[in-house]
Ligand binder design. Structure first.
Ligand code: C5P
Length: 230
């Protein structure tokens, strides 16, 4: 069975990322490549991970005019990634174009959208003219994402229970901010344990430092996969 854990490869250099990935096997976890690592490793690095059999989540959060996002999604899908994402605030026509881009590619990854960044407070939203409770904004954007034909959203695990009730059962809820009980929180504020997040309705868990900074990443992954199996 494939793992529900997506490890965030938040490393500043390719060498560090490659030495972390070397002992891993595709059945242990999926891998997330974000903007920092993509800027240093590019499509070649992503292709290397795909060739090794890993499910890669290309986390570049596209947000632009529909035609540009369509072409970016098509080109990204051609890299053979398992999942990619856009910003739902790009709107319905941008998300529909993103979906068209994926469908035009020779391989169709899951396409998900970011709703409201978890780093945004209600004050931040008010500053950009979006005053109102975050939860209702997230729900509205998730519904727009589903109506635009996408496969899911990135959201906080705190938002998962209400989204699980609103959205189709197959709609993916990909949640960061996950910490095993007793782990260092780092800069994450509202966290859940892996088990709690799955019980709340998450379908995949994005985890960085608890695994990447562990003295024993393989042991940590084995323990997590075991915990989530039951
Ligand atoms: O190390 P940690 O487990 O906190 O890493 C979480 C990962 O999820 C990071 O790559 C971070 O950028 C990403 N992320 C997040 N919160 C979001 C969206 C993405 O923590 N709302």
């Amino acid at each position: 069975m494939s793992s529900k854990i997506i490890v965030a490869l938040d490393f500043p250099t390719l060498e560090q990322a490659l030495s972390f990935v070397k002992p891993l096997k595709p059945e242990m976890c999926r891998l997330k490549v974000g903007k920092e690592l993509f800027a240093v490793g590019g499509p070649q690095f992503v292709g290397q991970l795909v060739d090794q059999g890993f499910d890669v989540f290309l986390d570049l959060k596209y947000h632009d005019i529909p035609n540009t996002v369509k072409k970016a999604c098509q080109a990204s899908a051609e890299l053979g990634v398992w999942m990619l994402n856009v910003h739902s605030m790009g709107g319905r026509s941008m998300m529909e174009a993103a979906k068209e881009g994926v469908l035009a590619a020779s391989h169709q990854p899951k396409l998900i959208a970011v709703t409201i960044l978890t780093s945004h407070s209600e004050q931040d939203l008010e500053d950009i003219g979006l005053a109102g409770p975050i939860q209702s904004r997230v729900e509205k954007l998730a519904q727009l994402t589903q109506a635009s034909g996408l496969d899911g959203v990135v959201c906080s695990a705190m938002e998962a229970p209400s989204l699980r009730k609103l959205m189709a059962p197959s709609f993916e809820l990909v949640t960061p901010g996950i910490r095993p009980a007793g782990a260092d929180l780092g800069d994450q504020k509202r966290v859940m344990t892996p088990r709690e997040a799955i019980d709340a309705g998450s379908t995949f868990l994005v985890m960085g430092r608890p695994i990447t900074q562990s003295d024993d990443p393989i042991g940590a992954l084995e323990q997590l996969n075991e915990e989530l199996k039951n």
